[in-house]
Design a protein around this ligand. Structure first.
Ligand SMILES: Nc1ncnc2c1ncn2[C@@H]1O[C@H](COP(=O)(O)OP(=O)(O)OP(=O)(O)O)[C@@H](O)[C@H]1O
Ligand SMILES: [Mg+2]
Ligand SMILES: [Zn+2]
Length: 327
């Protein structure tokens, strides 16, 4: 999947900063060690000048010269001395090496493969993360946790549908806690349905919180926000940015689409939603959708085909109770 030049550049800068940081840390550690054991600094300096001398000799005279052999032998002796000093002090010799986050490419972002330079997996992962962050900038996550979700405000008296809201919501709460605890990239998708102010957004964000804590990527979007963004990018021909948006929505470990049905419904938004949901379904990646709409309204708005897909692949949580905001 391709990302925009913008995402590419941000990733490149971050990677370069990562590499510089690793080099600076290594320098710092080396300097500390040299201050403690000055002989190591002498060895290091001599090794560096031997390296330079060998390089020079090779360029000048080819590989045949005796001088090179002498230099190599001297270099080996010095390395042994260095190892002996470190071992005696109980120090692993890797302390002298930079600790790159990605040992494969040493945080350069590129590797050599079959005589070609290709992008390292870590660079691709970073671009995916950045594109994802840019979508989730406004994740309103802080106050919506499982701890702050109260069950005692749901009534224990049967409502007009014969449902006891407290029982229903206790089940839903436990289900969500369990879902978050056991979340994996192949968890089931969820459909949260119910009237306004019953805690759908709250619980979906509580799940998001836990999933993020597990180190997985979450995108939370409200339907009006995401469809108008996609539509804007599409109709102003910003295909590059639209690719970023789509890639992120498809690739993240958990996608939460909140307030489905409150967007301005167009042929474009309906087909985007269908494609998005379907592609994630095929890739076995979970989506949490929450909506005020009834099943009939969902069918009328998005088609029977879409609703069948959703019902066939989601666990449905039907919220009950009274609007929390009005209490
Ligand atoms: N059981 C609860 N315990 C604590 N706070 C709650 C609970 N239910 C809802 N709230 C709070 O009430 C407000 C409204 O809830 P929320 O946004 O989750 O409702 P919703 O079902 O998503 O409604 P809508 O359909 O209008 O989007 C939020 O601030 C939420 O944190
Ligand atoms: Mg909501
Ligand atoms: Zn790498």
């Amino acid at each position: 999947m391709a990302y925009s030049r913008e995402v590419f550049n941000i990733a490149k800068d971050r990677l370069s900063e990562r590499r510089q940081q690793a080099l600076r840390n290594a320098d710092y550690k080396r300097e500390t060690l040299f201050a403690e054991i000055p002989r190591l600094r002498e060895i290091n300096n001599e090794l560096l000048s031997i390296g330079a001398a060998i390089a020079k000799a090779i360029v000048k005279d080819g590989f045949e010269r005796d001088g090179i052999r002498e230099l190599s032998e001297r270099s080996l002796i010095l390395q042994n001395e260095q190892d002996t000093i470190l071992t005696a002090k109980g120090i692993d010799k890797s302390v002298l090496e930079p600790k790159f986050k990605c040992p494969v490419c040493q945080d350069t972002g590129y590797i050599e493969l079959d005589n070609r330079t290709v992008i390292c997996d870590c660079f691709n992962k970073l671009m995916a993360d950045i594109a994802c962050e840019r979508l989730s900038d406004s994740l309103p996550i802080k106050n919506s946790t499982f701890e702050s979700f109260k069950l005692d405000f749901y009534s224990s008296v049967k409502d007009s549908n014969g449902i006891v809201p407290l029982d229903r919501m206790s089940n839903i709460y436990n289900y969500c806690v369990d879902y978050a605890d056991n979340f994996s990239v192949h968890s089931r998708s969820l459909l949260m349905r119910g009237a306004t102010g019953l805690g759908k957004t709250h619980l979906s964000l509580a799940i998001a919180n836990e999933v993020i804590k597990k180190g997985m990527s979450v995108i939370y979007v409200s339907a009006p926000e995401i469809f108008s963004k996609l539509e804007r990018e599409h109709f102003s021909h910003q295909y590059d940015t639209q690719d970023d948006t789509f890639n992120s929505l498809l690739k993240c470990d958990l996608l939460i689409i909140d307030d489905l049905g409150t967007e301005f419904v167009t042929q474009f938004s309906v087909s985007c939603l269908y494609n998005l949901f379907n592609s994630r379904l095929l890739a076995d990646k979970p989506v949490i959708i929450s909506t005020n709409l009834s099943l009939t309204e969902l069918v009328n708005t998005y088609s029977q085909r879409f609703v069948s897909r959703v019902l066939g692949s989601c666990d449905c949580l039907i919220f009950a109770g009274e609007d929390y905001r009005t209490r």
